[in-house]
Structure formats: structure tokens, C-alpha cells
Write a protein of this length. Sequence first.
Length: 436
Amino acid sequence: MKRRVNLGIAVCTILLWGMMSGVCGAEVSIKGVKLVGSFHTCPNTDAIKKMIPAFEAKYGAKVTIIEETYATMHERQMSEFIAHTAAYDLIEYPYQWLAEYASGGHVADLYELINNTEVYDPAFDMDDWIKSVLLIYGEWEGGLYAIPNKFDIYIGVYRKDLYKNAGMNPPATWRDLKVASQKLTSADIHGLAIPLKVDDPMMCSFHPFLWSYGGDYFDDNKYPIFNSESGVAAIQTLKSLLPSMPEGILNWGYDECQTAVQQGKIAYMLQWHAFLPGLQDPETSKVVGKIGYDLSPGTRLSRLQSLGGWAVGIAADSRHKEAAWKFIEFIQSKENALKFAMGGGSSARKSVLANPKVTEVQPWTPVLLKALENSHGRPRILNWMEVQHTIATGFNDILLGKIDPEKGLNKIAAKVYEEMQRVGYHPEKTGPRPKY
């Protein structure tokens, strides 16, 4: 049985030990250790790579980062886990894979290192993390398997100049967004761009629609409930926005939407905030100084914000867990997290988000703090990759008009019902397989 640890007590105990021993921070010798990390190819990883020389100079260890695309990294990480190759020490992954990785014994429980006074440095200050983010990204059945590495919230991005000239405020509801997008669509500009490529962009874009209508994906038995009236209303609303979007939007991911906004061709976009620094770079963006930031729209019932992001943990098979933890401490220390944010990175540390210097370079920070007051995480289930593909592919058919929304959602739910049973969940405790 997994041992639950009271994090506050653990940290207090470590601090007391530090005062009694006269040590300001724990130091462990890792000289000569060679660490290998599997990380997602993105600007955050570029920033981490820049920290490696300083880490190596301080500890005498070596670090190699293997970059993976989102499309390939899950399969590659899982193949190494299953073969027990110990190829990786550090593992970066989106939090929706946490259930699979932790339950499968593929990643180490970090509490074992946090509770080790010879390894954990109290200056890392676990209490400085936004608690809700830390728990969603890393906690599973009493263990802590990852630390936030790329904090992300899906927010609204709009052209302040276009909305002002049209006499409109940024949209608070999907209806507002539809009206504004229709009004602002012209020969040169599309009123709206939402990433809708299968799998991940489609799903991430649908989350705020579903939640704002009071829906969700599963009940406590993992019975699919996204085919409810709320789900039908959500997909119909999303489909109604398509006429204001560019042709081929169902093949657009985050990068395509981002590029179109930077080129001045989009009036409003939904996007992860970690992409936003590119909108302020005059070398790549034609809309510098013209962009405003707001919460994702919703309904009169709800305006839940979608919490996403990536976490970093330690492979269970790693032979260098202590050294891997010191690397995590280093790249996510208070000092380095602030430097990272000042350079355009995304940190879930409270001290970073509250720093006015960060707000100067990341003007969307106030929106993030407001979003955290009413945010929601996506499902953390054993087979999220399979389920996500099934749902997103089905949504694509609905948006293309190949099947009507109600029948289409029931068809998707029936497939997901079977997928949940195959991995050991018991949706049958709620009811029979959905019919279509």
C-alpha cells in the first residue's frame, strides 16, 4: 500500500534538521554521474538546456537531454519502461499520463527523496508551489511523482485594436465570441482561430466548452458522460463557430494558430499561455503591442478554465535518483524559476507569479491568477492516450458533418466504454454500454 506523507510535516522536519545541524541546504555528492533526460521539444526545454552548464559546474555531473515530439515521446518512454532499460533518469510528461506512469510503477515517488535530509534542500521550498497545480501535476494515491515543469492555462488572446474599433469588449461567453467573430471576419482577417487538430489540440480546445456547460468526461465509475445534453450543447456550440475560422482549421494545431495570429490574420485565439511570448517578439510578430489577454469564454452557468502543462519526474529504473532530484531542484529552484519566467518561461511557483517584474514581461500573468480561482484539470486515467484519440477522432467527424452531434457522441461514448473496461475500470457499475 502506498504510504501517504504529510508534505508540510516533512518539510518542517527537514528545516528543523537543517537548523540543528547548521546546514543551510542539503548537499549530496554526485560528481561523475551521467544523467539522461527525456524531454518534450519546446521552448521550455531550450531554456532548461541553457541551465545545464551551470548545474554541471556546480555538481560535477553530466546531463544529456533527449528531445522528443509529443507524437512520439509516450511510445518511446513506455518502450523503455517496459523493457526496464534504465535508459532515462529524468522523465518529462504531460500530467494526464500520470495515472498510467505512477500506477504502472514507471516513475519514482519523490517523497522518498524529499524525506531524505541528505538529499532534499529546504531552500527548494515545496510550499511555494501553487498547491492545486502541484497536486494535479504530481500527486497520485498518496505519492508525489512529478514537479511542475511547464505551467499552462488555456486562455483567450484577442486583438485589442480590432475589438476597440468595433466597439466590443473581449467575449465573456461563447455567444459573445460568435457575434464578435462574425463581425470581425473580413477578406483579410478571420474572426477566430481555435486549435482543432486531432488529437491533443482538438481535446484541449473542447475542454472549456464541455465544462462551461456543466459537463464532464466520466463519473466515479469511469462511465462516459460526455454524451449528455451538456456534451451535445458543447459540440454544437463549437461547430457553430467554424464559419468564422480559417479553411482547414481542423488540421491546425497550436503552432498554426500561433503563426496566424503573429501574422495579423486572426482577431481572437484560444491558446496555452506558454506560447504567448512569441506574440511579443518583433522579429516574429506583426502584432506586438496589439494583443490583449482574457479568460476563456464560457456560459452563464460556468466559465471554468482549462489547466494543462507538463511535469518532470524520475524514472523508477534510474540508477541515479539522487542526482536526478538535484537536477530538478536546480532547474526549478526559486532563483532559476524567476530567471526562467523573466526569459519567457512558465513557472507555477507562487513567488514567481506574484513578482511584478514577471508581470512586466508576461502581461497575461493577472489572467492566470484569476483563472486559477476557477480552473479544472483533464482526466488522469490509465489509458488517456487511447481515449483521447477515440474522442478527438469522433469529434472531427461531427465537426465535418459526417454524423449528427447526438448520435456521434453516443457512438464515441460506446467505444470509450469498452476501452475503459479493457484497462480494468468498471463503467458497467453505472449502466450499460451507450447505444447509438
